[in-house]
Design a protein around this ligand. Structure first.
Ligand code: ADP
Ligand code: MG
Length: 718
């Protein structure tokens, strides 16, 4: 995080002057000499500073007030170097006089400063430093340094400590020092100053009445903000640091309340727009069900009933259909589409990738076309002529079911009578993309919307992030599936793995080989995939090995997939393009290389490509050792659980909601203070209060949203 840039912090500390009487005089002289310069640039500097602050989202006084410390540092005690030595690894503050200061070149250029007190000495090491620091950290100067003490070559050392120059006996702070999230060029000192100025100017007003606060057991807004920026000396430091203090509780509550209000309000707005009711479950729906080679699972029946009930209403359905990989969401979606068509409306289905859209198209078309449904296919890669043709079918209403990628949301696509929008893998789309499609109904109306997700979102998250959606869950897999056996295997044993792949293909099974994720470089990832393909093709000359990755042209991709689906190839080497939705039931073995690089939910998605047929399936997670503790833990979770919800919950614990949901999904609406794992009880309180306020206290709603979201609410409303 930028604010953790210790060096920038040290460099921008007030010059030595700030701390000492004698050097303060020197500084004063210096300042006088430079006064002319300083004055002429002062204005410039102020506006530059405010620009930088604005980039951090800090404009109004309240923005500053709500820019709460991300952590606190305890500078209230100095530990003797001797005692500090026993506390290796933990953060300590030491104070001593510089006895040596050198720029060394071993192994790279670094500033090495030794400081000593009566009890011992510690080496401070700076790998990035400014010229001014060499001068500043001269022999004889006394400094206070804070950081993690380690035992290096030269004994106890600190790498990149924060430090300040002090005189002997300089008083220690009596309170914890807040540390703020910052950005390059915005020193902590500047932030602190700006925040304390803002706190002076604010006209404090609580958005919640005293009686409400009392009922909720919360403390006042002003007191909370002040406490968090300037913790009093007698505060319970632990609860402050752990964000459990009542002051934090108030902030978290307010934040959650704003989120709930905003989402619920968006939902009310959408409801008020109205949708066309689609009450008829007619010929098509019934014929489709009759023709299915299997019967629906109880869970599929249940969610279908929920969807059918929604479609009967004259306000738009906003339903999130969750179901583990392979739980059979596609059929439920197709049945919803059939109902829209039964009512004389069009249905559109949007998928995040061409491969996935294509698979849906093939599958759903095979189900519905024989029953007389006209379908259209629309993706960005279609030739102009084909696109025009598709568009014509869509706008005339001839195409009853349209399947495609985000090409569907382009302005040029005009539906005649769009009644239902289905968005698969909705978390892959930005909120605005998904809602763009929602704007394509007849004037003044919104189509019903069904969002599907195979990344099961734990209940807590669903409640906070999707407070505007109803949630249906398919919590049962179709019968006859044998659970996938997962093994975690060292990459060194590749030969054995290749032999196993070969054996599987000889038994008539098909195999996926997933190449490592290389986030930094798509080119490198592509290269790796190509190399792996060449390696496997050479090692297994008697089988057909396909290769699919994101850079292939759609037609090429389609051809490779078709070969695999038709069993013309036995082994498919792939990048993560196969992550979602690919459905080849005969594939029953998957190898994932460098499994330690993937997120758990992603591994689960990938693994879900096997275990779709009756054959016993296996997933081999290859890793490159040595593995760290967390990586080991993560792979163990994969080995032990096949349950997407359980895995998602663990993944969330390990990664935090931001990464879990992906930046796009969470965006600015991300919670800054509340922690969904520990603050569940606050979420529930906030939800209840949000409902109450929305029905009878619009002024409070407005004031609270303005304070917490300001203009950011637009994001949620789109
Ligand atoms: P997902 O929820 O991952 O999108 P799919 O809809 O692709 O799952 O379904 C996975 C597989 O299970 C498909 O091959 C589908 O035809 C099959 N399937 C779906 N529902 C049932 C069912 N009720 N009984 C048997 N097989 C089913
Ligand atoms: Mg699917």
């Amino acid at each position: 995080m930028a604010a953790e840039d210790q060096n920038a912090c040290a460099e921008t500390l007030p010059p030595p002057a700030a701390a000492t009487g004698s050097s303060r005089k020197k500084a004063a002289v210096k300042t006088a000499a430079n006064q002319h310069d300083t004055k002429s640039t002062a204005k410039n500097n102020t506006s530059k500073a405010s620009e930088k602050l604005a980039r951090l989202g800090l404009r109004k006084d309240m923005d500053f007030a709500l820019h709460l410390p991300m952590r606190y540092e305890d500078e209230t005690v100095v530990t003797s170097m001797h005692d500090a030595g026993f506390r290796g690894g933990s953060n300590v503050q030491i104070e001593g006089v510089i006895t040596e200061s050198d720029v060394q070149y071993r192994p790279r250029r670094q500033l090495v400063v030794t400081i000593a007190d009566d009890s011992g000495q510690v080496v401070l090491r700076f790998l990035n430093f400014y010229g001014s620091q060499i001068k500043q950290l001269a022999v004889g100067i006394r400094i206070r340094a804070r950081g993690e003490l380690r035992h290096g070559f030269l004994g106890a050392e600190m790498v990149h400590p924060t430090y300040k120059i002090v005189v002997e006996g300089a008083p220690l702070p009596t309170v914890l020092t807040p540390v703020y999230h910052s950005a390059e060029g915005v020193p902590q000192a500047l932030l602190r100053k700006a925040i304390s100025n803002a706190l002076l100017r604010i006209q404090w007003r609580d958005t919640l009445s005293a009686s409400r606060l009392a009922a909720l057991g919360l403390q006042s807004f002003e007191a909370s903000v002040r406490t968090l920026h300037n913790p009093p000396p007698d505060i319970d430091q632990h609860s402050l640091i752990e964000r459990e203090h009542p002051a934090w509780e108030r902030m978290k509550f307010d934040e959650l309340l704003a989120q709930q209000l905003s989402l619920k309000r968006a939902q009310i707005t959408r409801r008020s727009k109205g949708a066309s009711a689609l009450p008829i479950v007619g010929e098509l729906s019934n014929a489709f069900l009759l023709n299915l080679p299997f019967s629906l699972t109880g869970a599929q029946e249940k969610v279908l009933a929920e969807i059918r009930a929604d479609l009967r209403e004259q306000f738009p359905m906003q339903r999130l259909l969750q179901g583990d990989v392979g739980s059979g969401k596609t059929i439920v979606a197709a049945l919803a589409a059939a109902q829209a068509i039964d009512n004389g409306f069009q249905a559109a289905m949007m998928a995040p990738t061409e491969i996935l859209a294509e698979q849906h198209f093939k599958k759903i078309a095979t189900w519905l076309e024989p029953l007389g449904v006209k379908t259209a296919w629309l993706t960005g890669s279609l030739k102009k002529k084909e696109k025009d043709l598709a568009n014509a079918l869509i706008s005339s209403g001839e195409a009853q079911l349209v399947i495609g990628t985000h090409a569907l949301i382009q302005d040029s696509v005009q539906f005649k009578k769009l009644g239902l929008v289905i968005v698969d893998e909705q978390h892959r789309f930005g909120v605005s993309q998904r809602l763009n499609l929602a704007n394509k109904a007849e004037a003044g109306k919104v189509p019903h919307q069904l969002m599907m997700s195979a990344t099961p979102i734990p209940r807590t998250l669903a409640m906070t992030y999707f407070a505007d959606l109803e949630v249906s869950v398919i919590d049962e897999l179709p019968p006859g599936r044998t659970p996938i056996v997962t093994r975690v295997i060292d990459q060194n044993r590749r030969e054995e793995v290749i032999a196993r792949v070969h054996a599987a293909t000889q038994e008539g099974k098909q195999v996926y080989w997933v190449c490592p994720l290389i986030e930094e470089s798509e080119t490198l990832q592509l290269q790796t995939a190509t190399d792996t393909h060449a390696m496997l093709a050479a090692a297994l000359p008697d089988i057909q090995v396909g290769l699919v990755h994101g850079r292939l042209k759609p037609a090429e991709k389609q051809a490779v997939m078709e070969d695999f689906i038709q069993h013309r190839s036995q082994l498919l080497v792939a990048t993560t393009v196969i992550e979602v939705g690919v459905d080849v039931p005969n594939a029953s073995l998957m190898v994932i290389e460098h499994a330690e690089r993937f997120g758990l939910s992603q591994l689960h998605q990938l693994r879900g490509r096997v275990g779709r047929g009756a054959a016993a399936s296996a997933c081999l997670l290859l890793y490159q050792g040595p593995l760290g503790g967390t990586a080991r833990q993560r792979l163990a979770i994969m080995r032990e659980s096949n349950d997407g919800f359980e895995i998602a919950r663990k993944d969330l614990e390990l990664r935090g909601p931001g990464e879990f949901l992906g930046a796009r999904q969470s965006g600015e609406a991300m919670l800054r203070f509340a922690n969904l794992d520990t603050d569940q009880w606050l979420v529930e309180k906030a939800r209840n209060l949000a409902c109450e306020l929305l029905s009878n206290d619009p002024l409070t709603v407005a004031a609270h949203l303005e304070r917490w979201l300001g203009n950011r609410e637009e994001f949620l409303r789109v």
